[in-house]
Design a protein around this ligand. Structure first.
Ligand code: C2E
Ligand code: CA
Ligand code: CA
Ligand code: CA
Length: 279
């Protein structure tokens, strides 16, 4: 600390205090958030890029903190992973999202998948596969309408528990996708070893399509690689026409992003046009 000038140190330390205080508030709040029903789920459609029809919805958690207001998941998911709260939060997410998908199906809309994000901590929990099985039974959702999104980074943890979990999940009949693909260092052998059905191209690459940096090269390479390995490709973060038409040309299977819809509460999705089409 001596190497900082007096003023720098003060600024630095105030910033640190503020961050620590925020984190402490979140840690404390997480203990009662579930019981107080402070979590809600927003859903974002995933569209078939050749027909414009909805193929899936991704469930995204939000936390309505009584004092802080809406806390984004990137701020509290890592903390809930450290404290272990992610296990109960994740189970609630699965239940809520599967029940919602079943409810949409019962309203008569053409069925689509529900995609739920799963943390490494959940996946490594010995009861996880059993939890998924129970949730499907309790909600009555058929396994083929559930997809679990697993981030690329977890695949670097080369453990037996993880491998067994992924294999057993596939056996239930659900599908698996790799989230944020391209940001980590997944080896090709990994993609082949587990039967991942789909790959989600990280939105940073999709954003670069418009900037014409290396975004076009990277996205088209991921698409052809995935197709050669018999996997489908979803592009995240599509915001404009340029990105959309490039991805369609490159035969990307599905797309998601503000161009189609922001994540919204279930009742704000108008699915009454059957099938709902974006063009
Ligand atoms: P993700 O799984 O990569 O989710 C996509 C994120 O991109 C979402 O942010 C979504 O709102 C945002 N997004 C969608 N379309 C666009 C677009 O066109 N432009 C831009 N700029 N952003 C777009 P969100 O909802 O804040 O979630 C952030 C992350 O938090 C997620 O990233 C996921 O890793 C994590 N997360 C969310 N819900 C859950 C959950 O239930 N469990 C776990 N373990 N993680 C979750
Ligand atoms: Ca995701
Ligand atoms: Ca993602
Ligand atoms: Ca992400």
């Amino acid at each position: 600390t001596k190497k900082y000038g007096k003023n720098n140190y003060t600024v630095y330390s105030e910033e640190l205090d503020r961050k620590t205080a925020y984190k402490l508030t979140l840690e404390k709040g997480l203990k009662t958030a579930m019981a107080n029903q402070e979590f809600i789920v927003h859903y974002q459609p995933i569209t078939d890029l050749s027909t414009g029809e909805i193929r899936a919805m991704e469930a995204l958690i939000r936390w309505k903190h009584p004092e802080l207001g809406m806390v984004p998941p990137d701020n509290f998911i890592p903390i809930s992973e450290e404290s272990g709260h992610i296990v109960s939060i994740g189970k609630w997410m699965l239940q809520t999202a599967c029940a919602q998908n079943k409810a949409w199906q019962e309203l008569g809309y053409p069925p689509f998948k529900m995609c739920v994000n799963i943390s490494t901590i959940q996946l490594q929990h010995p009861n996880f596969v059993e939890t998924v099985k129970t949730v499907l039974e309790e909600t009555g959702l058929e396994a083929r309408w559930l997809e679990l999104e697993v981030t690329e980074s977890i695949l670097m943890e080369d453990t037996k528990v993880l491998k067994d979990s992924l294999t057993n999940l596939k056996e239930l009949g659900i599908s698996l996708s790799i989230d944020d693909f391209g940001t980590g260092y997944t080896s090709l052998s990994y993609l082949r070893q587990f039967s991942f059905d789909r790959v989600k191209i990280d939105r940073s690459f999709v954003a670069d399509i418009t900037q014409d940096l290396n975004g076009k090269t990277i996205t088209s390479t991921i698409i052809s690689l995935a197709h050669k390995l018999n996997m489908q490709v979803i592009a995240e973060g599509i915001e404009d026409e340029t990105q959309l038409s490039f991805l369609k040309e490159e035969k990307c299977d599905e797309g998601q992003g503000y161009y189609f819809s922001r994540p919204l509460p279930a009742n704000m999705h108008d699915l009454s046009k059957t099938p709902k089409k974006y063009w």
